[in-house]
Design a protein. Structure first.
Ligand SMILES: O=P(O)(O)OC[C@H]1O[C@H](OP(=O)(O)OP(=O)(O)O)[C@H](O)[C@@H]1O
Ligand SMILES: O=c1cc[nH]c(=O)[nH]1
Ligand SMILES: [Mg+2]
Length: 210
């Protein structure tokens, strides 16, 4: 498993506004989409391409196109939905599948309440989107689900991670073809399982449910 933490002043700047508790939902949603576009640049570094011949107005040339089978983008509902538009802007030909997961706020165990994905993911490259990697339970369950269906490699793109959760993901998925791309790794998890300093509950802030 590989981990890449973005190191770019624009990402840190946008993250700062995202963290601020006075940032209202509409601005929060736009920032999540913008951050996704910046993180997608790094997250899609390993996207599979194949050669294609074209003719420019000047000469014949060989370039590349996104290889078949198409990559599959999997936002984890709800909060991952806020990242979807930013990702499909960069990978417009990708297929999109959905996983609905909710963490029990007492036990911190994730449950999957919705799934709309191809039955067979053999040979598919998958991109999982979820802004928050806290205990890591949700991301581990999501990635294991995709690998069991046959996905060859999985890249997870998250905006924030707690070091404890990142370590749990690394332990669970050691030796697997998995990459985790992060906007930042914060200080710690608190006793309620929230990322510190974090940004609060991403789903609530995206969809105004507090
Ligand atoms: O790493 P973990 O400890 O599993 O926590 C992270 C999960 O918690 C949040 O979702 P939540 O369960 O709040 O659902 P929501 O997106 O519907 O708000 C977040 O979007 C992750 O999916
Ligand atoms: O800090 C956290 C932890 C889990 N889920 C969130 O949305 N935020
Ligand atoms: Mg939530």
């Amino acid at each position: 498993m590989r981990v890449h933490v973005a190191d770019h002043p624009l990402i840190t700047h946008k993250l700062t506004v995202l963290r601020d508790q006075t940032t209202p939902s509409p601005v929060f949603r736009s920032l999540v989409e913008e951050l996704m576009t910046l993180l997608a640049y790094e997250g899609t570094r390993g996207v599979r391409v194949e050669p294609v011949d074209i003719i420019t107005p000047v000469a014949a040339a060989t370039g590349v196109r996104i290889a078949e089978p198409k990559p599959l983008i999997v936002p984890i509902l709800r909060a991952g939905l806020g990242m979807l538009e930013g990702m499909v802007k960069l990978l417009p030909t990708a297929e999109v599948g959905f996983l609905g997961m909710a963490r029990n706020e007492e036990t911190l165990e994730p449950t999957t309440y919705a799934e709309r994905l191809p039955d067979d993911l053999s040979d598919r490259q998958c991109f999982v989107l979820d802004p928050m990697l806290a205990t890591g339970g949700s991301l581990i369950a999501a990635i294991e689900f995709l690998l069991k269906r046959g996905a060859t490699d999985v890249t997870a793109i998250c905006i924030l991670a707690a070091p404890e959760g990142l370590a749990a993901v690394e332990r669970a998925l050691e030796g697997r073809e998995v990459t985790v791309v992060l906007g930042a790794v914060d200080e710690r998890l608190n006793e309620l399982g929230y990322i510190v300093p974090g940004l609060g509950d991403a789903g609530d802030r995206l969809y105004g449910t507090v």
